[in-house]
Design a protein around this ligand. Structure first.
Ligand SMILES: Cc1ncc(COP(=O)(O)O)c(C=O)c1O
Length: 384
């Protein structure tokens, strides 16, 4: 029998949680089940990949549930598949949800392009716990937050938010993509449901598109039928890759966060940078709360170039850090949210959020921090 795994040993959970060593293969790795057709006469459950119930789904879901201190998890074909499943699983047309302002652009786009036209109602919350209760209506079903947010790295007080929502019996949902359960486990602060773009740190190698939800058995059971109807399921090959990536999640994220802290410290005093957004900086508005709810400050940071630096030239001169959409791979990447994650918002909505072409969002990888600093340094000089 395997020794029990300590509830807090995240490094160990990453490698072992949910793994089943079957009687036939006895291997250390989960076999990839490629079948889409399963014998239904031998089981009390009809197995089918779109029903999210193949052996590969089961192993990865258990691992993510364990990492998030949740009872259950659901793996979807993208982060947006997971987000859609939550709204359609927990709300009906006419119901109301509260959204933190400045959410990931794709979430806002889903709300504007699909959910509002379908009759779902929304209010925007400024993130201050004192103003949350006044937004709650009789038909409010859920509140959706991110912390830290994409791309301005704003931090929300998780315990205060979850407690107000619990008092009003509103489901609290958080997009925990930027923090990962290695640095922040919202369910331990009272959140009901955690969502991930598993495309990011969970996959970690810029080669997978997937999503995940973790929460109570009851909530996951309520959402699953809509995830199935939305057709948001992952195939066995990708589930296996996700399981493999999760094994190194803790060491990748710890290294990436340590690198990000070094880069933020280097960027902050630079003449050509007007502002650095990173909760690890002592002067950052979210520093104190982040210190209470995160074990490190994350591996994402943003900064704004001053008017003497040409943003296009700066990007052209980077030699190691690659301009790219998406984030969280082992390689450092950089992007302008105005032209990528938030490009679908109106110019007015972007301006209101403070997102312009001078804002650079840096996803810090596992390279040597000094090499990354040298690259930023030479590109800043060349573009000034
Ligand atoms: C914070 C955050 N949430 C959700 C998503 C959507 O995930 P996906 O692209 O896997 O659908 C993204 C994608 O960039 C993201 O950055």
């Amino acid at each position: 029998m395997k020794p029990p795994i300590s509830k807090t040993a995240l490094e160990t959970l990453c490698v072992h949680a949910g793994h089943e060593r079957g009687p036939v293969e006895q291997g250390l790795n989960t076999p990839i089940v490629t079948s889409t057709a399963f014998d239904y006469t031998r089981d009390d459950q009809v197995r089918y990949p779109r029903y999210l119930n193949t052996p590969n789904h089961r192993v990865v879901a258990r691992r993510i549930a364990a990492l998030e201190s949740a009872e259950a998890a659901l793996i979807t074909a993208s982060g947006l598949g997971a987000i859609s499943a939550v709204f359609f699983g927990l709300m009906r047309p006419g119901d109301h949800a509260i959204l933190l302002e400045g959410l990931y652009g794709g979430t806002s786009d889903l709300v504007e392009g699909l959910l509002k036209p379908a009759g779902f109602e929304f209010s925007t919350w400024d993130g201050n716990p004192d103003t949350l209760a006044e937004l709650i209506r009789p038909e409010t079903r859920l509140a959706w937050v991110e912390s830290p947010t994409n791309p301005l790295l704003r931090v929300i007080d998780l315990a205060a938010t979850a407690s107000i929502l619990a008092d009003h019996k509103i489901v609290s949902v958080i997009d925990n993509t930027f923090a990962t359960p290695i640095l922040q486990r919202p369910i331990e602060f009272g959140f009901d449901l955690v969502m991930h773009s598993a495309t990011k740190y969970f996959g970690g190698h810029s080669d997978l598109l997937c999503g995940a939800l973790a929460g109570s058995d009851k909530l996951i059971d309520q959402i699953r039928p809509q995830a199935i109807r939305l057709g948001s399921s992952l195939n066995g090959q990708d589930l296996y890759l996700l399981e493999r990536s999760l094994k190194t999640l803790a060491i990748r994220v710890e290294r990436q966060a340590a690198n990000a802290a070094d880069l933020a410290d280097w960027l902050e005093p630079r003449d050509r940078i007007t502002r650095v957004f990173y909760p690890g900086l002592v002067g950052d508005a979210g520093h104190q709360i982040a210190g209470q709810q995160m074990s490190a400050f994350g591996a994402m940071l943003s900064f704004r170039l001053d008017s003497a630096v040409d943003p296009d030239r700066f990007l052209e001169h980077l030699q190691l850090i690659t301009p790219a959409v998406s984030l969280a791979g082992v390689e450092s990447t950089i992007c302008q949210p105005s032209r990528t994650s938030h490009a679908r918002l109106t110019a007015q909505a972007r301006a209101a959020l403070g997102i312009d072409d001078r804002l650079m969002r840096l996803s810090v990888g596992i390279e040597l921090a000094d090499d990354l600093i040298a690259d930023l340094d030479q590109a800043l000089k060349a573009a000034a």
